[in-house]
Design a protein around this ligand. Sequence first.
Ligand code: C5P
Length: 222
Amino acid sequence: FSDRVLHGKRVVVSAGPTYEDIDPVRFIGNRSSGRMGFAVAGAAARAGAQVTLVAGPVSLATPFGVARRIDVRSAAQMHAAVTEAAQGADIYIGSAAVGDYRPSQVAEHKLKKHDGADLTLQLSENPDILASLAARQPRPFLVGFAAETQNVENYARDKLQRKGLDMIAANQVGEGLGFETADNAITLYWADGSLELPRADKAALARQLIECIASRYQAVHG
Ligand code: C5P
């Protein structure tokens, strides 16, 4: 960026999956690689922001220029880390694939099989990190992600409204796009507009995403 569009802004980015432990050796996770979020954190740093990256369990190097990285495992840990890091932040970009549920109890010892009987896991809902930030005042400019397999625009706009976000980045998952892939294609939605970012590698998309976030942030905050 020649114009350092986020110069001096404090930006918090969450990235990667969360792991919800079942017992000492098993967990419930998801297929997020963290690559999109890490690219976004790197692009924000290059745009002059002071970036805190809250990362779920991924094996990715911290992007150049990112000021602070907090590694977490579960949604509860991510919630606590983001809540702390977002204090006084200007922008929060929630690209993490936060697990919706966690086992209600974490077994102290490895679970054993029981003669072919079914095993029932009871799950409890995790806190919604974005929605909890949206409920605070003052709050950062909030950007969410929506990974959908169908009805992308409807679900994304619904999420924008329901969670009280400023912007949502929606991508269709599947066909070489989305999770565990190098490329992505994103459409950004905000209350009275949208912008389509066609298929590109995640670094290029992250740069365009940051440019759009910066211009919307300017429009809202002057
Ligand atoms: O509703 P859904 O999980 O699809 O929304 C995705 C967006 O919400 C992402 O930006 C994700 O980081 C955020 N999210 C969250 N806390 C949750 C679940 C999702 O912040 N518990």
